[in-house]
Design a protein around this ligand. Structure first.
Ligand code: SF4
Length: 384
């Protein structure tokens, strides 16, 4: 069944204002550009419709940018166009990213009506000073209102994004954010560390001028986040992602799991990446040329060799806390995983950065908590 499944990512590269740390492909744009862009997106969907034939749609993720900054009628058009090429059924996870301060009250009814069943809210911090330092447009009160609007609309799969290692943040303010967020009982929480990316105002200002937590404090904050969320009933299932899970329902994000499990997905819009039958390609980042010839120009187009695909299987799969199932590797690559990576796996286990668990067909290999902390170093071993 897995081979026929597919996911869709749609990139909405518009924001109300650019945050000071942001290096995503997003910008403030006039209405006529937004309109042309949505038309281009629809054209790209038309162009690639053959890719949906005989496929089952697992998930749609409308990300950005700030998808809630544009009229919801555009979101409806996109979902209608997708469903004209591939059935959207009750099990299809349809996520939209929204940001507080984008008049979600007037949009939520449309989101629900067009089938959106998961909403991801960009909070980042419950401390107004920290939000201000990040250049966000909202304060915590505005977030609370947005959260109420979303949950009162009957959305029962809500993610809240928070951030660690942000200017002025300390352990106390982080714990306060965690308390306030978990008190709302969202089903999913993502917690990322701030990274100062080149080309951003933060980068230009220089890390030393930003009142950032030290490296040790940052590590401590990440540990605190894990402990706190675990105690509050959120199971960590990937380096930065936590979800509620019980016998009735599993709130891990299906869409993101597709990325880590290397399932096929198609990305639409500027900078959108795709993996389709071992071909990885990424649309161009410039909005002008994209609007002129949507989906025809790529910035990267790679046909993965079996070795490349196997390395990806390892470093993407090991992002998940339950790691990889050895049998899955054998089924996908026709050879025993230990024959290819046995020496690296053994080395990581000896360093206590990884471990095996389970037996027989259910044997798995995964990183330990310490291994997840230094995951970049561990995973780079599989790229050699
Ligand atoms: S809202 Fe998100 S995408 Fe938009 S500028 Fe801020 S961080 Fe970037």
């Amino acid at each position: 069944m897995k081979g026929s499944e597919i996911s869709v990512y749609v990139h909405i590269p518009f924001c109300v204002r650019k945050c000071l740390y942001c290096d995503f492909n997003s910008a403030v744009q006039p209405d006529y550009i937004i309109d042309s862009y949505i038309n281009a997106l629809l054209t790209e969907l038309d162009l690639k419709r053959e890719a949906f034939v005989s496929r089952q749609l697992v998930s749609v993720y409308i990300g950005g940018g700030t998808p809630s900054s544009i009229p919801p009628s555009y979101i409806r058009l996109i979902l209608e166009r997708i469903s004209s090429y591939i059935p959207i059924n009750d099990d299809t996870e349809i996520t939209i990213e929204i940001n507080p301060g984008t008049t979600v009250d007037h949009k939520i009814g449309d989101y629900v009506a067009c089938g959106i069943n998961r909403i991801s809210i960009g909070l980042q911090s419950a401390d107004d000073e920290e939000l201000k330092a990040l250049g966000r447009i909202h304060d915590f009160e505005t977030f609370l209102h947005t959260y109420d609007v979303v949950s009162n609309a009957g959305i029962d799969n809500i993610n809240v994004d928070i951030m660690t290692s942000i200017p002025h943040q300390n352990k106390e303010s982080l714990v306060s954010t965690l308390k306030k967020v978990t008190g709302l009982k969202p089903q999913h929480i993502s917690a990322y560390s701030l990274i100062i990316e080149p080309g951003t105002p933060f980068y230009q200002r220089g890390a030393v001028n930003l009142d950032l937590p030290s490296e040790d404090e940052s590590l401590e904050m990440d540990r605190k986040t894990r402990e706190f969320l675990d105690a509050a009933g959120y199971k960590r299932y990937e380096i930065s992602n936590y979800a509620k899970k019980d016998e009735k329902r599993d709130f891990r994000c299906l869409h993101n799991l597709r990325y880590w499990d290397r399932g096929d997905y198609l990305g639409f819009g500027v900078s959108a990446a795709s993996l389709y039958g071992n071909r990885r390609f990424t649309n161009i980042a410039d909005i002008g040329p994209y609007i002129t010839s949507p989906g025809r120009q790529v910035s990267e187009d790679l046909l993965l060799s079996p070795d490349d695909a196997a390395a990806e299987f390892m470093f993407l799969g090991l992002r998940k806390t339950d790691g990889i199932r050895l049998l899955d590797f054998k089924e996908e690559f026709g050879t025993d995983i230990k024959r290819i990576y046995g020496h690296i796996m053994k080395k990581q286990v000896e360093k206590e950065l990884a471990m095996f668990s389970g037996e027989g067909d259910e044997e798995r290999f995964m990183l330990t908590d310490r291994g997840l902390e230094v995951s970049n170093i561990v995973m780079s071993e599989f790229l050699r």
